[in-house]
Design a protein around this ligand. Structure first.
Ligand code: ARG
Ligand code: ZN
Length: 862
């Protein structure tokens, strides 16, 4: 069933108190006692709506009396109580759960030595009957009882108010959360886990206990996550003036987790890969990922928990804002340029593709069939871009005041995106009417710019226009306000300062394109400027401007904005890629190589930035640039580009490839990134020296170096690769997180028949069907191994579809993520489009979950 945003109605009943009792045995019995009160606006005979599925119902009673069957209406997902209800009453629900056979990893489930929960978005209703909607906020009290040997650790939200022994070698704990929360923020953990603890003193001097629970033996891999948490707590105090509000903050690392992590109040649950790190097992990129996800979940304590969402259409209210906050945190800690480049790469690869495909939806969707399908790059990353534009328009200081005002106004309640914008209007005095369109309109706008320089008149004119392509079900698009940060340079790379021209150009470095078209003319311009548009990627748009190669090289060498330099080299790389796609190297390839040679001669303190400037666009990014898509051709042209660059830059690449320090520290992070990129290029030349070096380095005790060497070898069919891969596998066979990397490398390799190899990986003795492993193999296969996945015989599509179908029954959320690989059949080169469509037509008959079926239906329709 499709749910529509316009159909929102406030709940008839409030749940004031939730009293939960978990009796953990082979099965788990849950007694839930709710204190319920009818809301003021509700009719006296309003039925009570409860959500629930996947459990056994043992008891249902109101004020101590069993609810009669005749007064109940029930289907697979909900229950309606239709008897006359007093203004306030108590509801008792007893359910029995089987967490060991719950493979959806939603609700209460087993992950290795523990039972744990995942409730967002609608997992709480897999535990008991409850109004499972985010605008019902309650005070929770939780008692957990379990075997003391098997489950020594018993956790839930808030403060532990009591604990003790129970009969038969059992024990119990009682937790109380003083803050109002919706049920999606409920969490429970019962397990045999190691604990690492510390304390944090807040700005106002309160001491907070920090506790990290991990599989025993992994305690040594916690310090980085713990330090990241403390940095995030400090940062939120300093930047937003927001302090933590409970006396304890717990993080639990689960082996089996469908997504990255979950911000349950006071008790975050994490995918272990975003907690555990040591230099020998985690790469520098893993370290950054952990820092950012730890911060993200922590920042949710205010933007998400203290103020939550009224309904799931408002999801970006918490996610877009919280992603924006974690992005700023990472930029402050690790450097803004490289951080921004990574964000843009991700946005363009994932979100632009989504916006151009059958699942395109506004950041605030109007309808959904399965809400889990809307935890998307659009809601998260495009949502964060919108918040960033808001900050650009209002200025940082006013923006922060706006966020604070929003939090003050809505503390302890469920809010809307509209509330958020209204708060910014209130503090800034600005009208954000046009800006709202960013939330309601799907599709990536294109901005086209032409410039004209009059040599005699000394005038320089910019013609700008914008348009947004139609998306499924939404053919008509209106203009949106697009902030375009801009700078101008002369031919030698010196800044030219052109004056502001309000309102179209409110500041000398900002154009605000609000209409479909606009023109700006500058007088008295002595030389033809090279414009640098969209510095810092100031808006999530595609920008078209007819840059000459010379202009791009000029920007690559002389822009001070790191993103703009990267953008220039991306354009040069894309031009060369397209040239090599259709024939031999020509002017575009030469221009790129010349630009890179000049770049290599420059001095760089920021080695990480240099590494980013040299990195080739990924296959999945290039796929979004190529219509119709022929994955085999694409991969071949990319290989050719790699080899060209390797030959043109052999000298500097060899220097960078050898400087590979093992110590932590920011400067070494940059050097290692550069060494990895450089070895990747050089390996393509198959020089024995570099292949030997990579084989040896693959055995390093520093995972960044080891993994970087394996990535460099991964597409080269040579004995060094074989040796290095075999040694890595036997060394790390018993470490799930490192083993995930080995599996991803195999699934991503260009060598041999990638479809057969990927199918074999699924039967490998070390393969287990955990979400992380499934993503390592099948996610890498379809996203990053285009020559295998898009084989013209369709075998890649059939392999992925088979796996989607298999997972559809056990874990629909993971199945649905993988199904993303099957949706874009319209953009494929023949005969692949028809082959994939046939696969979809078969699949749509077979799938059971709303998750997968919503996507396949949309793919076939739109
Ligand atoms: N709120 C979590 C986060 O962004 C993610 C929850 C994802 N839930 C889901 N059903 N996909 O930190
Ligand atoms: Zn989040």
């Amino acid at each position: 069933v499709e749910v529509f945003r316009k159909d929102y109605r406030a709940p008839d009943y409030a749940v004031e108190n939730v009293d939960l009792d978990f009796d953990v045995r082979d099965r788990t019995t849950v007694v839930s006692v709710l204190r319920i009160r009818r809301n003021g606006q509700a009719r006296a005979d309003a039925p009570l709506h409860l959500d629930g599925r996947g459990f056994e119902l043992l008891e249902l009673a109101i004020d101590g009396l069993a609810v009669a069957e005749a007064n109940v209406e029930r289907d697979d997902e909900r229950l309606l109580i239709k008897q006359a209800l007093p203004q306030a009453f108590s509801l008792r629900v007893v359910t029995r759960l089987d967490p060991d056979s719950n493979h959806s990893l939603e609700g209460l489930y087993r992950s290795g030595p523990m039972l744990c929960t995942q409730c967002e978005a609608r997992g709480f209703s897999r535990i008991t009957y409850f109004p499972d909607r985010p605008d019902v906020l309650s005070r929770f009290k939780v008692r957990i009882e379990a075997d003391a040997q098997r489950y020594p650790v018993l956790l839930s939200n808030g403060n532990r108010v009591e604990a003790g022994e129970a009969a038969d070698g059992r024990h119990y704990a009682i937790w109380e959360d003083p803050f109002l929360k919706p049920c999606y923020l409920f969490a429970l953990v019962a397990g045999d886990l190691g604990c690492v603890s510390d304390t944090y003193t807040t700005a106002s001097g309160r001491e907070v206990a920090l506790q990290f629970y991990v599989d025993k033996g992994n305690e040594g891999r916690v310090p980085h996550a713990l330090e990241s948490l403390k940095k995030a707590m400090r940062w939120d105090e300093q930047v937003y003036g927001l302090e933590y509000d409970l006396d304890i903050y717990m993080v639990v690392a689960a082996r089996e987790f469908n997504m990255g992590a979950m911000e349950n109040k006071g008790l975050n649950l994490f995918n272990a890969r975003f907690v555990l790190a040591s230099p020998d097992t985690a790469t520098d990129a893993d370290y950054e990922g952990i820092e950012s996800v730890i911060a993200h979940e922590y920042f949710h304590n205010w933007t998400g928990n203290r103020v939550t969402c009224r309904d799931w259409f408002q999801l970006s209210l918490k996610e877009g804002l919280t992603v924006f906050r974690d992005q700023n945190f990472s930029a402050d800690l690790n450097g803004a340029d490289v951080q921004r480049i990574g964000e843009v790469r991700q946005l363009r690869t994932l979100q632009f593709a989504e916006d151009a495909g059958p699942m395109a939806h506004p950041v605030r969707p109007d309808s959904y069939v399965e809400i889990n399908n809307f935890y998307t790059a659009t809601v998260y990353e495009k949502g964060a871009e919108i918040v960033r534009m808001l900050q650009t328009l209002l200025g940082r200081e006013t923006f922060i005041k706006g966020v604070q005002h929003y939090l003050r106004e809505h503390d302890g309640s469920a809010a809307t995106i509209e509330d958020f914008l209204a708060a910014h209007e209130a503090v800034s005095g600005r009208n954000l009417e046009g800006f709202r369109r960013w939330y309601s309109q799907a599709g990536t706008p294109t901005v086209g710019i032409d410039d004209e320089y009059h040599l005699l008149a000394h005038t320089y004119t910019l013609h700008l226009e914008q348009s947004t392509p139609a998306t499924p079900g939404a053919p008509d698009k209106k203009p949106v306000p697009i902030p375009i940060r801009v700078a101008f340079f002369d031919g030698e790379g010196q800044r030219i300062h052109l004056p502001a021209q309000p309102p179209l150009m409110p500041a000398p470095d900002l154009i605000l394109l609000e209409d479909a078209q606009a023109t700006i003319t500058f007088e008295d311009v002595k030389v033809r400027p090279t414009p640098s548009f969209l510095q810092g990627f100031s808006a999530p748009v595609r920008l078209q401007f007819g840059y000459s190669s010379d202009q791009l090289v000029n920007l690559l060498l002389h822009e001070s904005d790191g993103f703009a330099r990267w953008e220039a080299v991306q354009r040069l790389m894309l031009n060369a890629f397209f040239e090599l796609l259709s024939g031999p190297a020509g002017d575009d390839t030469q221009a790129l190589l010349k630009g890179l040679q000049l770049l290599a001669a420059q001095h760089f303190d920021d080695k990480a930035l240099l590494a980013e400037l040299l990195r080739m666009p990924s296959e999945s990014y290039l796929a979004g640039q190529l219509q119709p898509l022929d994955g085999e051709k694409l991969a071949a042209a990319r290989d050719a580009l790699r080899l060209r660059i390797a030959h043109a830059l052999t000298g500097p690449l060899s220097v960078w490839a050898t400087a590979a320090p093992e110590d932590q520290g920011a400067i070494n992070v940059g050097r290692r990134a550069l060494a990895g990129i450089a070895s990747g290029y050089l390996a393509a030349t198959r020089s024995t020296r570099i292949l030997d070096l990579c084989r040896d380095r693959a055995g390093s005790d520093n995972m960044t170096l080891s993994y970087g060497a394996l990535v460099a070898l991964n597409d080269i069919d040579c004995p060094q690769r074989e040796d290095a891969m075999a040694a890595f596998l036997s060394r790390w066979r018993h470490d799930a997180l490192v083993l995930d990397k080995w599996f991803a490398l195999q699934a991503g390799s260009a060598i041999g028949n990638g479809v057969e190899r990927t199918a074999e990986l699924l039967g490998h003795p070390d393969y287990v069907a955990s979400p992380n492993r499934i993503r390592s193999v099948l996610g890498t296969f379809w996203r990053e191994n285009l020559r295998a996945y898009h084989r013209a015989d369709g075998s890649g599509y059939r392999l992925l579809a088979e796996q989607v179908l298999k997972l559809d029954k056990s874990n629909p959320q993971i199945a649905s993520r993988l199904a993303d690989g099957l949706l874009g059949w319209r953009g494929l080169a023949a005969p692949r489009d028809e082959l994939l469509r046939a696969v979809l037509q078969r699949l749509v008959q077979q799938v059971a979950s709303p998750d997968v079926s919503e996507k396949i239906h949309k793919a076939l329709a739109g």
